[in-house]
Ligand binder design. Structure first.
Ligand code: SAH
Length: 277
């Protein structure tokens, strides 16, 4: 069920910025709407896939907002240089602390100083691996500022100076932080009330309860000789819930022994016990 925004959410937000904004430009933004400010050399990468489907509709409706901040104009000299050689030598380039700081300062305008309310994040393979629990916390904040790295990364001092937390989307190295930022924003924004429409779906899915999700099926009932498990067609809600739970446990045990052990510890279950079904 998709709800229309309530009347009390109908007021548009006002915010301070150095650059005058064209009031007719971009989607409306509802007051208090969660906002992602993104410091990047490639603002044209946004909204990217976030502009599609449910996140895109919610963005259009002003349920959340996106403010890319181009790093280039903060660069030095005629060529607006943003990077330089790594101190100590070696390959690649590093984003300059002073340049990144100027962009982060602009991003900070009109945002709370409390990092709980407004985390400042650097997408980085060295960061804390992103989890559903982290996305849930971020969704409760007023918004976040995300710094997207390029080349070899960012001068360490600016990360310290601004109380930046590093977040990784996995143990691999990307070329830049933009795709990672979209992953983080997608995971967060879909937890904001009314973005998905059907809130129940985020409660049952993988990780929300510490287990991977059960298998899903839809029509046709038999496809290429493969039938949908009979119990799902029985209309017996309690049995269906039991089946789904057992399948979720079995999948988690098989595929993610780490999650399974954590879940068992939390539910006082023996991780090696045989499952029914
Ligand atoms: N030299 C760095 C990698 C730089 S990759 C290192 O070894 O740690 C360039 C940029 O891509 C990074 O600054 C970061 O913003 C982004 N990036 C790369 N891999 C990432 C990952 N797994 N998660 C989040 N961001 C990543």
């Amino acid at each position: 069920m998709t709800e229309k925004p309530a009347k009390s959410h109908g007021r548009l937000a006002t915010s301070v910025s150095i650059k005058p904004r064209d009031l007719m430009e971009g989607p409306p933004r509802l007051k208090g709407a969660w906002c992602a400010k993104i410091v990047t050399l490639f603002p044209e990468a946004f909204p990217g896939t976030l502009g599609l489907s449910l996140t895109g509709k919610a963005l259009q409706d002003g349920l959340w907002a996106l403010e890319p901040i181009d790093l280039r104009p903060f660069g030095q000299g005629k060529h607006r240089n943003v990077d330089d050689n790594p101190a100590g030598g070696g390959a690649g380039m590093v984003l300059r602390a002073d340049v990144v700081a100027a962009a982060l300062e602009q991003a900070a305008i009109g945002t709370p100083a409390d990092r709980e309310q407004w985390p400042v994040i650097y997408m980085s393979p060295r960061g804390r691996p992103l989890t559903q629990a982290m996305a849930q916390d971020f969704a409760k904040a007023e918004g976040m500022t995300i710094l997207c790295g390029r080349f070899e990364g960012v001068d360490e001092r600016v990360l310290q100076q601004f109380g930046v937390q590093e977040v990784s989307i996995g143990d691999f190295v990307l070329t830049g932080g933009e795709i990672a930022a979209q992953v983080l924003i997608d995971a967060t924004v879909r937890l904001i009330p009314r973005v998905l429409g059907n809130q129940a779906s985020t409660e049952e899915e993988s990780f929300s309860n510490g287990l991977l999700e059960h298998p899903q099926y839809t029509r046709p009932t038999v496809w290429e000789g493969r039938a949908i498990p009979e119990i799902l067609l029985s209309g017996h809600h309690a049995k269906i819930a039991d089946w789904r739970r057992t399948m979720a446990e079995r999948l988690t045990k098989e595929r993610r022994p780490d999650l399974w052990r954590a879940w068992c510890a939390q539910h006082m279950r023996d991780p090696d016990e045989d499952q029914e079904l």
